[in-house]
Write a protein that binds this ligand. Structure first.
Ligand SMILES: Cc1ncc(COP(=O)(O)O)c(C=O)c1O
Length: 377
């Protein structure tokens, strides 16, 4: 049997990782400024994380959600503390798409309405409703197409206001990434998020903050929506939550009441996944990684801003992007092949930087010097 060939691959086999570095099977060392799609939040093989998982594995790895799993409750408490959303409720699942799927389903259950408002260039995942709310027709199968999702232009307050005036009473939820990732590092304006909050309150709709990529400390605050001073009704999370161990979840405001059977999962919230998520939060807390992400992000964006060939250097914390002029369109490939640095991209010409939250200044300088070397060469 062979693998279903859906991923264009770099011809590299990574066999080892430590902190912000990975090594291939030939012993070559690479600097990781991508974290495998923003997943590595506290560094590869973080010692506390490895120990936490190892200890848990020796006790029990999995049992279903039909029994009490104390580590889920510990995780809910710790998440409340670190995120500042102490009065929210936690539902655990396994991935970002699943988190958004549950968030939108819950918004529909809660309001007894059908319409989901999403925005241009949004990416919310590949399951049925999540992909329907994703602004990329190429990945929406005919069976996923639905009139229940309406796309409005990103950061356009007038269009949002107009839509709500006409259809607000039909809207179950509004889903938005605080900083669009796959769409190319587009920052939602604080006033736009505040308008969503106000309109959701006015019309009884649910504000869903897709925080799968921009959340979990990446922006320097726990949720990027916190920068706008608003509270969403539901936050979806995944990626950095388990530092590579598959876990996702939604934080649900106290105003949304649960009912038995409303949501469910076999694997979600298993002991091992919770141990991984606990380790991540403990490291974030112990090492003050929110502040560190903010400081390192400011430093990196400041340095990138001095390289005049890079256009529209933008971001918040350690979610950073810039546009490449045509003559430097091979920068990502050159950083990888010549400098052994992994970065991300967004089509057609955006470089995305999504390093671990504990990336050091030394590593930032390696990246910046490599970019400078490519830009002048
Ligand atoms: C903002 C956002 N939401 C949802 C997802 C889907 O997450 P997953 O791939 O874990 O299903 C992604 C993945 O890139 C994402 O960036």
């Amino acid at each position: 049997m062979k693998l279903f060939d859906v991923y264009p691959l770099n011809d590299i086999t990574i066999v080892k990782g430590e902190g912000s570095y990975v090594w291939d099977d030939k012993g070559e060392k690479y600097l990781d400024f991508y974290g495998g799609h923003a997943v590595i939040s506290i560094g590869h093989t973080n010692p506390h994380y490895v120990l936490r998982l190892e200890e848990q594995l020796h006790k029990i790895g999995f049992y279903s959600n039909s029994i009490i799993i104390p580590i889920q409750r510990e995780l809910a408490t710790k998440l409340g503390e670190v995120s500042g959303k102490e009065d929210y409720q936690l539902f655990l699942c396994n991935s970002g798409a699943e988190a958004n799927e549950n968030a939108m389903k819950l918004a529909s259950f809660h309001t007894n309405r059908k319409v989901i408002v999403a925005f241009s260039k949004a990416f919310h995942g590949r399951t049925s409703l999540a992909v329907a709310a994703t602004d990329n027709p190429q990945i929406v199968a005919p069976v996923n197409q639905t009139d229940n999702v309406v796309f409005l232009p990103f950061n356009d307050e007038v269009a949002l206001e107009t839509y709500f005036k006409e259809h607000g009473n039909e809207v179950a939820g509004v889903i938005i990434e605080g900083i669009q990732g796959v769409g190319g590092i587009n920052i939602a304006a604080p006033t736009f998020l505040q308008a969503i909050r106000r309109l959701c309150d006015e019309y009884g709709a649910v504000y869903i903050a897709d925080s799968v990529q921009c959340g979990y400390g990446r922006s320097g605050k726990f949720f990027s929506h916190d920068h706008a001073g608003v509270n969403a009704d539901i936050y979806s999370m995944a990626k950095g939550m388990g530092n590579g161990f598959p876990i996702g979840g939604i934080l649900i405001a106290p105003s949304i009441a649960p009912k038995y059977g409303m949501l469910g999962t076999t694997f979600g919230g298993n002991h091992l996944a919770c141990a991984a998520a606990m380790a991540v939060l403990e490291v974030i807390e112990q090492h003050n990684l929110l502040q560190h992400a903010q400081e390192m992000g400011d430093y990196i964006m400041g340095e990138l801003g001095k390289i005049t060939a890079l256009q529209n250097v933008r971001g918040v914390g350690l979610m950073i992007g810039f546009d490449l002029p045509e003559q430097y369109k091979d920068l990502k490939k050159n950083l990888l092949v010549k400098h052994r640095i992994f970065t991300g991209e967004a089509k057609p010409n955006v470089i995305r930087l999504l390093p671990a939250l504990n990336i050091g200044k030394h590593e930032a300088d390696i990246l910046i010097n490599a970019i400078k070397a490519e830009i002048v060469s």
